[in-house]
Design a protein around this ligand. Sequence first.
Ligand SMILES: [Fe+2]
Ligand SMILES: [Fe+2]
Length: 176
Amino acid sequence: MKRISDRMEEQLNIQLTKEAEAAQVFLAYGSWAETQGFPGIAEFFYGHEEEEREHMKKIMRYINGRGGESKFPSIPAAPANPENLKDCLNKALKHEIENSKAIDEIVNLAHEEKDWATFNFAQWFVKEQIEEETLVQNLIDKYNLASDEKENNENLYELDKDLATAPQEVKIPREE
Ligand SMILES: [Fe+2]
Ligand SMILES: [Fe+2]
């Protein structure tokens, strides 16, 4: 029996596609970083791409588990290459912030419909988005520390090496 509304099913399917789109964006940014001689940053984005695919599947399983049906429309093409590393990281952060807003849409609808199961499900994503925004913001902070506005300097080399093994998870203040 279906236990989500048609409207919620549609909203969740929109989010499913957004997660697939995010994976596409980070895959492209990883590939770009690789061609620019930043293998560590490429590795970071490839790892993050997998995270987004996991998010997509998490939503898919939830829709299916509630008796709905997951849909797989086409994914928009990846954006054009960033201008430089700073631009790349800024765009990645922007993408995460937009995704957080999309998650909020699900929370708002769940609240409106008093669909507490989906409300509860969506909370995992609310937390995940806080973490992901923090993660990318930390990278930007690191970049700003490393860079003296010149690309390809020694500090950027160190930053890149550092990111090759950077975790995809980050502690957020409320957990400490
Ligand atoms: Fe995601
Ligand atoms: Fe994300």
